[in-house]
Design a protein. Sequence first.
Length: 293
Amino acid sequence: MPTHGIAFAVVVAALLTVDLALLQRPGRTASVRTAWIWTAILAVLAGGWALWIGATTGRQPAVEFITGYVIEASLSIDNLFVFLMLFRALRLDAEQQRRVLLWGVLGAIVFRGVLIAAGTTLLTRFVWVQYAFGLLLALAAFRLLLAKPGVAPVHGPVRWIQTCCLRYGADTRLTAGSLLLVIAAIEVTDLLFALDSIPAVLAVTRNSWIAFTSNIFAVLGLRSLYFALSGMLERFRWLHYGLASILAFVAFKMLAARWIAISAAASLAVIAAILLLFAVAGRFAPESRQASE
């Protein structure tokens, strides 16, 4: 594990450095093509990390990593909806968006590490926490199911911070104070979404290292994925139904674990099938029906 920790720290530092070179160049705007390429590279590297885990610790941890990564990457798209709404409301240019998202990613690495450590500790010491997490996931699934298509649920604290940002940073150049508020909104948004996604990952694996690395690989791709999808996020109108189904599935897995054992491989297959189903459904849904919604 120490070897894995050192290797992972080196990989994360290298990826952040390359990310800065590609997406944070002063005075230059990275193309959508560059964002897509970097997103694909990060996904391939996550797959390579899974292969390394499989070669060094076994197939089961590797499958758990992939499942956790897919869950986190899928649920992160909800974050992107909120980021898009906030940035459009504040009229931030591309450079300001990159700066805010960079701090958001760095903060997410720290906060998720703390939450995962706390979650795995609680699950180890108190059996009832498993059922509390299951109920939390079921509630999150129900909330997503009731959300309007194409509209990500915005939590109260985030809405309040958005109001403050609009009041004190309405021009296109943010002051230091309003920039801090925007970064705070991003961090609070990620923290609140993590309260859904981290229990979902812990329903797949109780290994805090696997849960952490799968989360961080997904978070590292969040900035490039945002710039790759920012012009087409509205097309993912039905995605929240798929995310609700995923949360409902992992809630069932956690609540029924005492009686029904669902393997990590089976969980990965179910989650992949759900994502594929709703991606295809959203892609081929009649345009007039989506527009009316």
